[in-house]
Ligand binder design. Structure first.
Ligand SMILES: [Zn+2]
Length: 488
């Protein structure tokens, strides 16, 4: 439970100051005035079927490209396979401000969604309906992540309509195949990154959940890191034989023994600096004894770790985990097979190398008749909390609603951000939508939907973030006139 090398991060997070000269631009967009248009875009986008497999993301990319074209924003679609397209659209830096040296800011979303069990959705508001019902917009991808894709698209459109001067290029990326093999993002990184080259990127991975850390408080998680992964196939070998005569040391027994050792692993607890920082932010809001404890890492270590370990969601954030996800082999009831396999999904904390973890696992199992095959591996990735974009996110996140507290988190799952962080890109998971726990569970589940109110508010939050992160301050003396020209 040591704080590792990140103890310096225990000081309260620096929120940073916005450029006062950007204030008129930040106020220039009134989201409520554009609510109907914004909701209409999401409805239309939800109706484009990009459930993956098979994906068909080019259809979604074309829909976006058409809208952008009508707004005078050029874009291109690049495919890694027929029908599997990703979209790239750019707003260039304004010539006079291009000398700031800031590299582009990327706004990333994925076009594909997971599939749906239609029978589990209401007949009048299915996964491809895009229906408005009860103040919510229904459809697969409303939260993961066509909603955010539309917010990013809308920010591009409003920057263009208002001719906002930009001090850096803003690039919209909407990629294919995030939900299955990440081939869209891999393709962009391998084939097109030399002409994208952003230094910072916003993506999924963090969202605002009501009552997440304290009742009545909404915690807006901003993802700064993602656990690594090691997917393994364990195969036990032995002599085959007749099922009527049990003989020790046969393959199925060896596999079970190996898996029992995996399940008995007692990994050390390691609290990522982001978690201490978020507890402190939540604690300042809560106050009282609980707030006092949450703001002190040594007390969190002393008093909260057993609670964190008891809850699977938080336990996964503070330990290396391995979950058994499947079995394969011969299944004749009276034959002992010579070979049986199990599949493991291990997720690793920052600083843990997948191969080092594998060696540890092999040592713990200690059976030469059990062989390991690596299916997929990736180390954890992190972006710094000492970063101007991160501070900007932290500053604007509370604008999403009353008692919204924001803080950094280590995500236990991974997103397309893992492919760009190794290139030096600072990627943050930031989806400005406020949802209940129950609604958050509709992602990848049934009846996925987003409340209209938070969707519209999210546009305001994202707009203010992008203004601070990319707009050029108006020249002195021109700000009043410029602001008037840019108002709705
Ligand atoms: Zn997603």
């Amino acid at each position: 439970m040591a704080c590792g090398g990140g103890c310096g991060a225990h000081a309260p997070l620096a929120i940073g100051d916005a450029l006062p000269a950007l204030a008129p631009l930040r106020m220039a967009l009134e989201p409520d005035a554009h609510a109907e248009e914004l909701i209409g875009w999401l409805q239309a986008y939800l109706r484009v079927d990009t459930q993956n497999p098979p994906g068909n993301e080019t259809a979604g990319a074309r829909w976006m490209a058409g809208l952008l074209e009508r707004e005078g924003i050029a874009s291109e679609i690049v495919e890694f396979a027929p029908g599997r397209g990703s979209l790239i659209a750019r707003l260039p830096a304004t010539a006079t401000s291009a000398t700031t040296g800031e590299r582009p800011l990327c706004l990333l979303s994925h076009i594909d969604t997971v599939t749906s069990e239609i029978a589990k959705w209401p007949a009048d508001s299915g996964p491809l309906s895009g229906v408005r019902k009860g103040g919510e917009i229904w459809g697969r991808g409303a939260l993961d992540m066509k909603g955010m894709g539309i917010l990013e698209l809308a920010v591009m459109v409003h920057l263009k309509r208002r001719a906002v001067p930009l001090r850096r290029e803003v690039i919209l990326l909407a990629v294919a195949d995030e939900e299955v093999d990440n081939l869209g993002m891999k393709h962009l990184v391998a084939q097109h990154w030399d002409r994208i080259g952003c230094s910072h990127l916003l993506n999924e991975g963090g969202i605002a959940i009501e009552d997440a850390l304290a009742p009545g408080q909404t915690f807006f998680a901003i993802s700064v890191a993602e656990k690594g992964l090691l997917w393994l196939k364990l195969t036990a070998h032995g002599k085959s034989g007749h099922g009527s005569t049990p003989i020790p040391g046969r393959a199925p027994d060896r596999l079970l023994d190996a898996l029992a050792k995996v399940r008995a692993l007692a990994p050390p607890t390691q609290i990522h600096p982001s978690l201490y920082a978020s507890f402190a932010a939540a604690g300042r809001d809560v106050g009282g004894v609980v707030g006092f404890v949450l703001q002190r890492p040594s007390l969190v270590d002393l008093l909260a770790v057993s609670d964190l370990r008891a809850e699977p969601g938080t336990r996964a954030a503070i330990e290396n985990t391995c979950q058994i996800t499947g079995f394969s082999g011969m299944f004749a009831p009276n034959v002992v097979p010579s070979e049986v396999s199990a599949q493991l999904d291990c997720r690793l904390l920052p600083g843990v190398a997948p191969r080092a973890f594998l060696a540890e696992l092999q040592r713990a199992i200690g059976d030469p008749a059990v062989h390991f095959t690596v299916i997929h591996e990736a180390a954890a990735t992190e972006s710094p909390m000492d970063d101007p974009l991160f501070r900007t996110l932290l500053r604007h996140a509370p604008g999403l609603g009353p008692r919204v507290v924001a803080g950094p988190v280590l995500s236990v799952g991974f997103t397309d951000s893992i492919y760009v962080r190794p290139l030096g890109v600072r990627a943050y998971g930031f989806v400005p939508l406020q949802v209940s726990r129950a609604l958050a569970e509709t992602m990848h589940g049934e009846r996925e939907r987003v409340p209209e109110a938070t969707f519209v508010r999210g546009l305001g939050v994202l707009w203010r973030v992008i203004i601070d992160a990319a707009a050029a301050p108006p020249a002195a003396g021109a700000s009043g006139a410029a602001a008037a020209a840019m108002a709705n």
